[in-house]
Design a protein around this ligand. Structure first.
Ligand SMILES: Nc1ncnc2c1ncn2[C@@H]1O[C@H](COP(=O)(O)OP(=O)(O)O)[C@@H](O)[C@H]1O
Ligand SMILES: [Mg+2]
Length: 229
């Protein structure tokens, strides 16, 4: 479904150029739950951002449903992301002056007119799903870290996407809350969503069907070798 081939990415740092990803290839099947692990600074976020088309690779190709995305214009990519992709960031990126309900509706807010009754209804359903039905009118600042992350999940669910990208969704949470978030992600995967999650928690990585390990800018987990056979 999503296939990255020989992706390279370099960043300039203190006058020198540092390669972060060196010809990384990953192949993610429809409906799969893949976790990406690796030590801090190993390029996990960079890889996730490239897979979700938020960042462009320097070299290599990215295919989604057999279309080569590497050559698409920004406006094409925007449309694709809108239609098919959802992203949960490590730091939920909620807007502080918007209520929980409004934050959940953000994916529909390209224009105010696009927020119709059905969208509001769907947002309420998603908040109910993550256990926040009674907090729709609160501001994010009044919620706990776990609740804020659950709003971010509700926001990722509000439009029915095909692939969910999550960057350390449990990163800033205590164990119990982290487990709850992981339970939600597993449920979504069981319902057919393709989930690509970055984590440095081995216990959470195990919940995925497949673990991809990044080390020294390369993928080192044998589990991914099937791609090359
Ligand atoms: N926009 C950027 N500009 C410069 N360096 C960056 C940028 N993004 C990431 N890096 C560097 O690339 C490396 C990998 O970063 P990242 O993908 O965030 O790693 P991880 O998520 O595994 O911790 C780090 O050394 C980081 O400092
Ligand atoms: Mg990261």
């Amino acid at each position: 479904m999503l296939c990255a081939k020989n992706i390279t990415k370099k960043f300039a740092s203190n006058g020198s150029v540092v390669p972060v990803l060196k010809e990384v290839s990953v192949d993610i099947a429809e409906g799969e739950f893949v976790s990406i692990v690796g030590r801090s600074g190993s390029g996990k976020t960079t890889l996730l951002n490239i897979l979700s088309t938020l960042v462009r690779a320097d070299d290599g190709e990215l295919y989604y449903q057999n279309n080569n995305l590497s050559t698409l214009s920004e406006s094409h990519l925007n449309r694709l992301r809108q239609a098919d992709f959802s992203v949960i960031f490590q730091f939920h990126h909620l807007l502080p002056y918007f209520t929980v309900l409004e934050n959940t509706l953000l994916p529909f807010m390209r224009s105010l007119r696009s927020v119709n009754k059905e969208a509001v209804q769907k947002a309420h359903q998603c908040l109910d799903r993550v256990g926040l039905a009674d907090k729709a009118d609160r501001l994010p600042g009044n919620l706990s870290g776990g609740e804020q992350q659950r709003v971010a999940i509700a926001r990722a669910l509000v439009k029915s996407s095909k692939v969910l990208f999550a960057d350390e969704p449990t990163g800033s949470l205590d164990k119990a809350t982290g487990k709850q978030i992981m339970g939600l992600l597993s449920e979504l995967h069981e319902e057919g969503l393709t989930v690509v999650m970055v984590t440095h928690e081995p216990a959470y990585a195990q919940l995925a069907e497949r673990i991809v390990t990044i080390e020294d800018g390369l993928i080192s987990s044998p589990a991914d070798r099937h791609f090359f056979l």
